[in-house]
Structures are given as structure tokens and as C-alpha cells.
Design a protein around this ligand. Sequence first.
Ligand SMILES: Cc1cc2nc3c(=O)[nH]c(=O)nc-3n(C[C@H](O)[C@H](O)[C@H](O)COP(=O)(O)OP(=O)(O)OC[C@H]3O[C@@H](n4cnc5c(N)ncnc54)[C@H](O)[C@@H]3O)c2cc1C
Length: 440
Amino acid sequence: MGSVPNKKVIVVGAGMAGLATAFRLRQAGVEVTVLESSHRVGGRVATDSRDGYVIERGAQLISSTYKNALGLVKELGIKSELKPTSPWLAIVKDNVPRRLPSGATFPIYALTSGLVSVADLGRFIWHTTKLRWPPVDNYAAWSEYDDEDTASWCKPRMGRATDYLVEPLVAGGLLVAMEETSRAMTLATLALTDNGRTREMTLSRGMGTLPEALASRVNVKLEAPVQIIEVGENGVSVQLSGERLHADHVVLATTANIASRLYPGGDELERKLMATEYASTVRISLATSRNWRDDPILKNVWGFLIPRPDRKLVVSATIESAKDPGRVPDGEMLNLIVDSKVASAMLDLPDERIVDAVLPDIERYFHGATSTRRFAQVGRLPQALPKSPVGRSRDLAAYRSSRPRGQRVLLAGDYMGMPHFESAVETGMWCANRILGASA
Ligand SMILES: Cc1cc2nc3c(=O)[nH]c(=O)nc-3n(C[C@H](O)[C@H](O)[C@H](O)COP(=O)(O)OP(=O)(O)OC[C@H]3O[C@@H](n4cnc5c(N)ncnc54)[C@H](O)[C@@H]3O)c2cc1C
């Protein structure tokens, strides 16, 4: 790899994909600059704080299956900040939250809580565990399952387990409907949760600590929005306002819609991938003076999922003190995620109207949330998570196998993988390794 350090690389976007690319390249001695349009790094992994409450603007958790992200946490020296959440989740059925612990006893609680019948649980386990799991961070590797949507694959096989185990995971975790999502994505997500056995973790000062630690190791220019990327004979030029930069390679690590605007010269497959649609959501971080820790139905529950039969506006919630007591000075912080279809119609509403609409919905489970409200912070995420209709895994596999050696512009980001930062990091690592390999 003698020529590698002479290469110049520009990474566009300081989200987890872009920062992971830059970190990997920097470790190999490559001159790399990250250009970020906003005033902060992290993209959809960012943390605020208000009155002592830790507020996640996007990503909430690191799973024990996140090999790439946990590797970075260790390398960056922030392992001591990892905090395991309580193991308890709740899934609502017939208006009643059913508590389930992650781990080996998850199936037992799925039965004893009345969520699913023995027969449906048996079918769910049979149909998910007999499959061969490809790597959980690389969606291109799941193409053999990318042949049917989740609803039509699950319903005849898993009965009501579809409604109470699969649907809440797809709607709450991926923000999409089963009907519009490939079974490959659902199976990959089940594999990522190790069928309910993973342990979830968070970072004590918030998830934003991870991109900030990465950014401290690489050269990042903030408030540097890229306008256009053009490939020439000897390299790539990157236009910023009033400045044009040149590089041997560019890794384009923005969301798909922005990538397609910045890189109009992409080939047919690149254009198809950059046309990936996203699910929207609205997040409401609600601080209350009361908590629900002594409520037997919600005791120690950190994650709350509302399946379709019971869902009105909110699809999922996290209960922050059960993620890590250090996040909540007193009372509670509920992080409420609005169902994607409803959220699309809410994006333009003023904050107060959104909060007024959502509070009665969660009062059904968190009694007194309205009257004990301290403040509510609203976040609008029109491009929250990339959708995965049937065919996207196969397109990604085609992309990875068809990029020529020396490809000047490479695409990274969760839309080039799966809708979580573990996979966003993998796409960045893939790009970095591609550039290093091409230079060898
Ligand atoms: C509500 C919510 C909860 C989530 N929870 C989890 C979770 O618990 N666990 C998990 O693993 N994942 C979670 N995710 C998903 C995770 O946050 C994303 O998959 C991941 O952060 C995507 O990273 P990325 O680098 O691909 O994109 P982004 O984070 O979107 O980064 C793109 C970057 O490009 C920058 N940019 C845009 N335009 C330009 C331009 N013209 N020039 C320069 N820079 C530009 C942006 O400002 C941004 O910083 C969640 C997401 C949401 C929305």
C-alpha cells in the first residue's frame, strides 16, 4: 500500500458513516477531510441537554450485536461510558402493556404475558431460527431473502405472532409498514436483535459522544455545505460556496436525497440507490415531574411498543430513566416516536399542536403525563430512516460487486445498508477499504 498516504480523500457528511470512513482512512495514513454542512457532527446521532435531562435527537441505543460501533467505542477510549439499559420492554395488546425481558426468557414472557399463543410462538421461532443469518451489518449480504414483502411472507407462516412480535419491530424499529418492507430487512433486523436476546446499551453523556469522539480524531470542517461533486479525468472536484477542492476520491455520506442532488453524474444503479425513499417521524421528548417506576405494569421498562391494533399516533417510546438513571435529574423523560404515516402529515404543524395531539394518546398508558409535564421538545425528521422495499438488498449487492477499482465517488450511509448506525459505519468502512484496496 505504498501509494496510499499520497491519496487525498474528501468525505461529504459528518454522520456516523462519513466519520467512520474518515477514521479508518486516517488510521491508514491517508489525507482526508470531512465536509459537514451543519454546525455540529453526528447527523442523526446527536444529543442535547436541557435542565439536566439528556435528550437524544436521533439514535437511542447501541446493541450488544453492534460489532463495528462497539469496536469504535473501545478504540476511542469511551468504553467506560457504556451503560446497559434495564432489560425490560413492553408491547401493548388490548390496551395493556405486556412486560418482556430481553434474553433467553423472552419467549416464555411472550407466552405468559398473553402476547402470543403457544402455537404462534412456536411458528415464529421455527420460521426465524431455521434460517441462515448473513452478517447483521451488511444488507447487501441478505439478497437471497429479498424476494417478498414482510406481510405476505409472515402472515401465512406466523399467525398472530406477526401482529405482536414482527409488526411492532418493523413499525417501531424501522418506521415502516410490513407491506412496504422486504422480508430481508425484517429478518436482518430480527437477526440484529438476536430474536429478542440482545442487551441494549447507551452512552452516559448521550449517543452524540460517539460521533464527537470520532470527529476529534479526524479533520472536519463544519458549516461547509457541498454544492456539487464532479468527476474529471484526474480526480474529483468538490464545489463549496466560494471554494473548489480536489481529491483522488470522494466518499459521499449524506442521506440519499441530498446525495442525488450533489452527484448528478452517477450511473443508473447509483441513481436508483440515491432515489431511496425515507420514512418520516416526529420525536417528542417529554419531561414530567412524575415517573412510572412503581407502576407494576411499567416497572423498569425502557422500551415501549404499540402494535397496529392499538396504535393511534405514537408507535414507540423510550423511558429514559430505565435506559440510564443518570439521564433524568428527577421525574421522567419520555421519548415519544410518532408513527411514520401520521408524522408525514404533522411535519408542518407548530410544536404546540403536535404536543397537544400526542399527549392524550400516551395518557392511555402513562397516566398523569399531561398534568405533570415540565417541557416538551419536538424534533421533525422528514428523512428519519431509509425504506427497504423488495429489491434494495439485491441492488446493494449489485453495487458492491460492480464498482470498478479506482472508482472516484463512493456512496456511504444507512441507505447503502440498514437503517441503524452499525450498518452506516459498515458502509463507511467498506468505502474506506475499497479506496485502500484500490491504492494497493
Ligand atoms: C428517531 C431515530 C432513532 C434512531 N435510533 C437508532 C438506534 O437506537 N440505534 C441505531 O443504531 N440507529 C438508530 N437510528 C438510525 C441512525 O441514527 C442512522 O441510521 C445513522 O445515524 C445514519 O448515519 P449516516 O451517516 O448514514 O447519515 P446522517 O446521520 O444523516 O449523516 C449525514 C450527514 O451529512 C450532512 N450533510 C447533508 N448535506 C450535506 C452537504 N451538502 N454537505 C456536507 N454535509 C452534508 C448532514 O448534516 C449529516 O451530518 C435512529 C434514527 C432516528 C431518526
